[in-house]
Design a protein around this ligand. Sequence first.
Ligand code: DGY
Length: 333
Amino acid sequence: MSIFDIEIVRMKVYVTRLIPDPGIPLLEEHFDVEVRDSEGPITKAELLEKVPGIDGLLCLLTDPVDADVIAAGTDLVCISNYAVGFNNIDVKAATEKGIIVTNTPGVLTDTTADFAFCLLMAAARRVVEADKFLRAGKFIGWDPMLMLGADIHGKTLGIVGFGKIGRGMAARARGFGMKVLYHDAYRADEADEDALGAEFASLDDIFKRSDFISLHVPLTEGTRHLIGPKELEAMKPTAILINSSRGPVVDEKALAEALKDGTIAAAGLDVFENEPKVNELLLSLPNAVLAPHIASASIATRSLMAKLAAENMIAALSGEMPKFPVNPEVLDG
Ligand code: DGY
């Protein structure tokens, strides 16, 4: 190399799991990219080993990016989360260190609402139980008493958390002729309420009046165990609970007991308190429809999330404001 040659040092980005195209190719146009190729979620020990010296960390909702990991990120500029939820990241610690955190909202709204409604329908009409019954060779002919479930049309849906996904759920419910109640820390505009046919209600009212209750809140200290024994007790014995938000929003043990004892009728769950572990009792109950955190898992949406997570990273490492900053004050100041 002569003294006239300029060595271009590319910034380093570590990706904790292979994500769909075009995520990695987009990053590779700009950075030196390393993608972890081990199975299962990355551990804190692995993160602590990987973050020193990297400029960008593209991580998943399962990755524990806590204050220790952030402190170890000596050169870290951006943490781009491949998810809309970011409760896996200590945003306060990142902000204090001047690290921008980004997420992927918007692109997964409809896909997630589709799946939440799918859980609602599957739980109400006992789709999973019916499938197992038939495959077990138990279907011996049409029977007036076989697999009787709950109607969906004309029933009341209580939505807890009226952000984008909660509103998507309201729009779907309208198509089924349901009455929609919602609760949120912020009341929606009258025009939005009218457009979605949604009525603001207190949580107590939602528990008391709803046939279906669907959770769409982020996980915070205020929403942890939002649904526990007392709330389950307040619901109708015919109520069906849907959770596609975050597992710890529901006290899983209390829910399993409520499903077993008939305190409520059924549940459709995409998320669990200690993923990937699931409460043993819950696993044994036919009135629980269980999915492995796949609400956003359509081919198109996962690809859009990958594109957005990569674009957020590219903007942040170029010193620009990314499209979806969680802590914009880092770059504002
Ligand atoms: C998210 O993005 O937070 C979802 O849970 C992924 O499905």
